[in-house]
Design a binder for this molecule. Sequence first.
Ligand SMILES: *[C@@H]1O[C@H](CO)[C@@H](O)[C@H](O)[C@H]1NC(C)=O
Length: 628
Amino acid sequence: MRTPRRSLFLPTLAFVLLSSLPLRADASTSDAVLLSRAEAHEHNVHEHKMNMHEHVHSGTVLEHWNETLQLETHAPTPPSYFTLDFDNVPETEHKYTGLMFLHGLLMGLAFFVSLPAGIALRSVKHAWHGIAVASFYGFIAMGCASSALYTKLSPHLYEGQAHSRQGYLTILVAASLTIVDLLSIIRRIFAFVRSRQKFQLRTFWNSTILGRDETWLKDLTPEEYVGLVSEEPEEIELDDSGKGLASPTSSERRVHYDERTIHGSTAQWANDVNRAHSVTSERTLLGSRSMHSDDTLDVTKPSYRTAVGWKQRIGNAVFATVERSLVIAGFALVISGIVVYTGGCRENYITGCLAHLIKGGIFWCYGLLTFARYLGAYSDLGWSWNAPGDRSTPTAEFVEALVITLYGCTNTWLERLGALPGSPYTTKQIQHIGIAVMFWFAGLIGMALESKRLRRWVSTMTVASLPASVDRNSEAVAEPPSYRGSFNPFPALVIGVTGTAMAAHFQPYRFQVEIHMLWGNLLAGFAVLRFLTYFFLWLNPPRSLLPSRPPTEALASFCLAAGGMAFMLSTEEVTIAAMRRGRDDSMMFANVTVAITCLAFCWLVGVVGFKAFLRTRSSPKVSFHDTA
Ligand SMILES: *[C@@H]1O[C@H](CO)[C@@H](O)[C@H](O)[C@H]1NC(C)=O
């Protein structure tokens, strides 16, 4: 009766009715938040029929844990490394909890301290990059040693664990990046030798080992070298209209700074901009001039963006992406490590376990990325709620919508993965497929809204249908200020709908319902706060290239990350373990969730701050003028 396509319309409706619909996940609204109240009854009858062959009976939410009931459908939970270390099951004489703790600590240092520090140091070609890389491998070697010792000394309690394989694969990827690095150093040494330059330790170190300045590379044209030096496209220049990236053309833009001149010229230039855009005096533009301390770099050369070979650009982008993904791979390793240690995801728990951990992990990382955007980490792409420097880069909303579409496409088919062929669709499958199809199509709408071409077509259509008496060049046909920004509520809508649906998801136990409500409401909170961000920015779209830091966005990212964390904690086995041990307290789970989220945000502030600090150190002094 419910076709998946209908779920595209229903979420939109449901979201409008958000305030009027009950968010409590009791028996009468087990999963009916997407339906109107009138349909809810019919829906429950339907669900009851579908669940006849499942052990869960719709309409009864159990208050207390019942081991007997669980054993009807699941094998008894075997002991794990956790029970070995903390409950002494199976009994042992020696415990090596310290070794496992050491493994976690060392790997944490490698992936969450050395690795991000290395990435930041590389971006400015700092001499200490090598030290960060060496410490990364040092921590990894020691961490592997301690875990190897732990497994050697303990009985095997997890058959077919994937954590080690996953870990070695990640280390292999990291090692291949290091090899690429070493090869480029070797290439530069060869080129240096071939160039028969007089050997000077200082230039050799700077140009050959650190790769800061490749002017002497004879096989490269000057244009190309400029591109190579500015490997990261983070330098942004404004043209005189303050609208976009311009190639530096006049000699006035030569990199020759002292504090006084840059301040003078910036102030004067900002004044020009202000005159041009007399709409608001609040957001003054500021020239973040090319940030190279290299006095050899002459930016009067033709625009480096076009001069960089596309192979080089793709290579750099792939390298940077893979390098940053290693941090996320480190996070995945933390999760799989915890799973193996606590003995989770075995036997018929595996599918639900994977679904919660992977999807929760995606929301968690998405929340952290959103906070990084708020902090200004992607201001060069115009993703930090700032005016984009380069209009040709895809907007953050486009990327969000693209990811949402891909996620929806893949998940539509995954839901039936565990089902027997020919078996009827269960209510749960229809619910989840409905959500996946919503992701799919809402993502497509989101991408379409980001298309400037589509917008231009519609504008052209509008202008073309104007009566001939209207002056085509008049103010009335000018682009509205909101075209400067990208206001696309669909990514947030999708997540908000998912959240409200999940807050009403039927669960066998009261405690599981509460945990689902916790993260469902957090995701819905993200959506509401993101809408508020758009509301404020729509009234006053950002003009400055600096991150505008909408406060609603900080809260939104917090809700999103905390929602992802609570999503992961709502894994069936986690809630069962909590109930078994009498720890089924949703406030405790909420507190732990926000604590971990704050810790991660603190780490993120540290990482972004460190990178910004390095950039500031290696740049000429830039003075900012306030906009009061
Ligand atoms: C647990 O479930 C079993 C099987 O459904 C039932 O017989 C038993 O009464 C339940 N125990 C409690 C304490 O509810």
